[in-house]
Design a protein around this ligand. Structure first.
Ligand SMILES: [Zn+2]
Length: 389
């Protein structure tokens, strides 16, 4: 438990159905006159979709814009360099990201290399940024990574296949929008994988060595909301109540890990994402029950709390039995919404496990994990995730 901490909150988040209409006015308030919209071509072309709605509001507020539409999953160094070029060629004075975590991380990365030097790989680590980013607004369309309100920017170095994280309070967008109506058309598979990321981002801070009483409350409420709504959101994407609860969970989890950090699930998932270009949420979800079973002995009573938050009945059980129930409930959630059990599904190969284990232990998220692992133990966890059926 961390009793002496800085607590980082998002600046301003506009929440609720229809709030996207306000974006033009909000962009004026943060002095954006000529925005670079960072998004992907799928969202850009969607009729009456999040990009079109953003543009309509910007036009009403007389704000000019250019578009970089080549955001890809697991954003690469080449993406932020290309977006920077578009920003400079068009004399932009602010960035608006429209999408999920990949769009927001591309926007943060672009902002970082606009004001903190060309080579972002040298800025990996915690609080490494000397200069403010250009004004940054994040329009969020998945629930999700929480990147629209966190200080984390995750980029993949395509040359080394390594993901690295620039963690800085300067990365927190000035304004973010969480409008659940923008999420109604997210496909079931993407809802499942991004929703599981939200779930993991509430579990890991709850058992993190850097947790505090404020983040504990955020995590437990986020877990409860995921339990109440993720299956429904996957089953019927147009269920606005389920979408709304998932965004609330995403924001709570985001605030929690912004302050209490994550653990080995993310440290190990980043290696899978970098090596195989696999979806972040799927990597996290497959690893979750395996890593947390390994973690139980660090604080079984915390895992018993998680079982209760997930709606399990622990009456008459020992603390250890209750903790095991939490792991079973995690696996059940994965199974219910179609997450594969093995990392074979994302193309993982056992010959890569040694190197990935070595890099996982260097990942910024490894240091807050409640149980300390050796490299051999991390290899064994990858192997379990490979052999799982
Ligand atoms: Zn995540």
């Amino acid at each position: 438990m961390n009793k002496n901490f800085d607590f980082i909150m998002p600046s301003v988040n506009f929440f609720g159905a229809g709030v996207i209409e306000k974006i033009g006015k909000r962009a004026q308030m943060v002095n954006i006159h000529n925005a670079l919209i960072i998004t992907d071509s799928f969202l850009e072309k969607m009729p009456d979709g999040p990009v079109e709605q953003t543009i309509n509001s910007l036009k009403q507020a007389n704000i000019n814009f250019s578009i970089y539409n080549e955001v890809e999953p697991n954003p690469k160094v080449r993406n932020i360099e290309a977006a920077k070029k578009v920003y400079l060629e068009n004399d932009c004075d602010g960035i608006i990201t429209v999408g999920g975590g990949s769009a927001h991380d591309t926007g943060k990365g672009t902002g970082i290399i606009l004001t903190n030097g060309d080579d972002i790989t040298k800025l990996a680590g915690i609080e490494t940024l000397d200069n403010a980013l250009p004004p940054l607004i994040a329009v969020n369309t998945t629930a999700g990574t929480g990147s629209e309100l966190t200080r984390h920017c995750v980029i993949t170095n395509e040359k080394t296949k390594l993901k690295f994280v620039v963690v800085s309070w300067r990365n927190v967008p000035l304004v973010s929008f969480n409008d659940p109506e923008l999420m109604l058309n997210v496909p079931a598979k993407l809802t499942a994988s991004t929703g599981l990321d939200t779930f993991v981002q509430a579990i890991e801070p709850y058992v993190s060595v850097n947790r505090n009483d404020i983040t504990d409350g955020q995590c437990l409420q986020a877990i409860k909301l995921v339990e109440e709504s993720l299956r429904e959101a996957v089953a019927n994407g147009h269920n606005l109540e389920a979408r709304t609860k998932m965004v609330e969970a995403e924001m709570l989890g985001g605030m929690a890990f912004n302050n209490a950090d994550l653990g080995y699930v993310h440290a190990m998932a980043h290696q899978l994402g970098g090596q195989y270009d696999a979806p972040h949420g799927v990597c996290c979800a497959i690893l979750l029950p395996i890593v947390e079973r390994f973690n139980i002995i660090a604080s079984p009573e915390r895992f018993a709390d998680l079982a209760v938050a997930m709606g399990e009945n622990i009456d008459g059980l020992s603390i250890r039995e209750a903790a095991d129930k939490a792991i079973d409930a995690m696996q059940q959630l994965n199974d219910d919404i179609g997450i594969p059990r093995s990392i074979k599904a994302i193309g993982a190969k056992p010959e890569d496990f040694e190197l990935m284990a070595e890099n996982a232990l260097k990942d910024g998220n490894a240091f807050s994990n409640p149980r300390k692992a050796t490299k051999a133990e991390i290899v064994e966890l990858y192997q379990q995730a490979y052999d799982a059926e």
